[in-house]
Design a protein around this ligand. Sequence first.
Ligand code: CP
Length: 288
Amino acid sequence: HRHMLNLRDLDITEIHRILKRAAEFKAGAKAQFPGKVVANLFFEPSTRTHQSFLMAEKRLGMEELNLIPEISSLQKGESLYDTVKTFEAIGADAVVIRAKEDRYYEELVGRISIPVLNGGDGSGDHPTQSLLDLLTIQEEFGRFKDLKILIVGDIRHSRVAATNVEVMRRLGMTVCLSAPEEFKRSGVGYCSLDGVLQGMDIVMLLRVQHERHENAFDQDSVAYNRQFGLNRDRVATMQKHAIIMHPAPFNRGWEITSDVVECSRSRIFKQMENGVYVRMAVLERALR
Ligand code: CP
């Protein structure tokens, strides 16, 4: 099956192939899959991933089903496995799933006959987000090797950081992390934001994921931004060619001040645009 569960399962050649196809779609390449039906199952809130998968499905001439968990039989205790089996039975050709459990897909793989495309699993992985980040970086720099990226913020709860750290290192990038003590994952090294910012090609901010914290985070936005956020003063110290990224949604005023969100170095909205093309490439890969 051409699942897309995480990027660890894909070799570098396959990652480059998906990025190349996404770039072709962006340049106007067309593909049509009439009669193919994709079911979108989002058990966690999403704007970008859900809507850009929908946009990609429409651009590819696919039809889509959307589960609304609140009015589904999940409310009667039906499991994820039985829900996906139901979509398979009624004729879906692929499922896109976002769920709060890390590696939720392990209970599906090998037991269902249609591809699973992971739209984010808890604090595990977010493969299509990483691919759209990589497409954005490739467009900007034309390469990955020897680029330096600093990922800053709530690393511990971030599936985006987890997927990006692994794949970016594999692609030859230098990945630095910076985070408050309570947002660090164990087993990885950290550096000081102001100590390394000036040498970076890319700075990627992460949202403070209040909804995943066991204990309330007891800092306000101003204090957090002063220590771990991007603002006009810090941006002024970055290299001329350096860019700013963020998977979004962003918390304006926390990890990034409002003026920086839309400044000339920001590629945040380009990332969202690229999400459609990457998801077209991933859907085509699953259903061709
Ligand atoms: N970046 C991202 O995954 O955004 P959503 O949670 O809105 O899908």
